[in-house]
Design a protein around this ligand. Sequence first.
Ligand code: NAD
Ligand code: UD1
Length: 352
Amino acid sequence: MILVTGGAGYIGSHVCVALLDAGFDVVAIDNLSNSNRVSLERVQFICGRSLVFRHADIRNEELIYDVLRTCGVTAVIHLAGLKAVGDSTVQPMTYYENNVLGTMRLVSAMKRANVKALIFSSSATVYGIPKYLPLDEKHPLRPTNPYGRTKLTIEEMLTDLYRSDDSWRISNFRYFNPVGAHESGLIGEDPLGTPNNLLPFVAQVAIGRQEKLRILGNDYDTPDGTCIRDFIHVVDLAAGHLSALRQPRHPGLLTVNLGTGSGTSVLDVVRTFEEASGRSIPYEIGERRVGDVAACYADPTFAKVALGWMSARSLQQMCADHWRWQLQNPNGYGDSEFSKIRERSRYLRRHS
Ligand code: NAD
Ligand code: UD1
């Protein structure tokens, strides 16, 4: 049995699908502060299997301990956390309390229950401003915002834990830019309010929920002047977690980039999304966003060596899958029961 914290969220729901499809039993914990329990109903529909869901906060150590023991958990994939960079600069203590204290409570419960396998969702944001590219795991760590510092603090805490007791198996995964959705179009990213991130915004322009995209700067030192990022399909990202669970020669403490190794510019994303959706994406050029870096992409070599994992899906597929999710769920999980039933029958028709 695998415990997935933050299991109802964007990445969590895709990780749950990967686990159930691979034959693992799953218990998901989520306080639903940034998600909807409908995502987990759909996970079960996609997989044709059920999972256990606990509506709970990871800071509730006794509850986590109880779940670990009563469900017979053998490993934890820890995705619960707050992730909005801008928000973290406004309310840093909320971020430290949720992300750092939450992880402390989780780890304390794991220690008591003698569950010592943990995969932690870190971020490429721990590198800060790149000194060289592509970013390998040895790159200096200098996050530039409170969100990134909570991730680095947790990585350091877990390293100290491992040094004190090498029977732990800890994987720190530094995600680059997860995008896309499950091919069924039933689960995907459902941001609250106006999206901050590029792909959800582009998808909302394509569906007509936003009038136009604002490209945040076209005077960067890159071939077309717009920023470059390493977009990775969320289904590939989820598969990386399975590789870590199955790794027979896990070294005990592993810190790995999960990215594709390819940089794509904002303008390339817009063009590829237009092709995938058949819709035009009107845009204007705006000011640079404070804190943005010109280019950021992974060196994924170590993930291949350590996990035997590498990403497989193209940018075209990321955009096509993201678009299918957006098209079938114009208002995310907030859609009516009727549209949910309609989506389900479409999925069944495609797979019959
Ligand atoms: P998400 O917001 O969709 O999922 C996080 C989930 O955690 C949500 O369902 C939320 O309700 C839940 N949660 C938050 N605090 C909780 C708490 N105290 N107790 C229980 N549940 C709690 O975000 P996501 O994109 O799926 O990201 C998952 C993790 O991966 C996060 O920790 C995030 O920081 C990290 N990450 C995400 C990205 C990205 O671009 N999406 C990149 C790097 C790292
Ligand atoms: C952001 C977060 C990072 C997080 C990552 C993935 C910041 C500063 N960093 O990074 O911590 O790990 O998301 O969730 O928020 N863009 C536009 N118009 C928009 C939105 C974005 O042009 O409306 C551009 C941005 O300027 C950037 C690129 O698109 O150049 C990607 O932006 P985004 O999706 O927010 O990801 P990151 O900036 O990489």
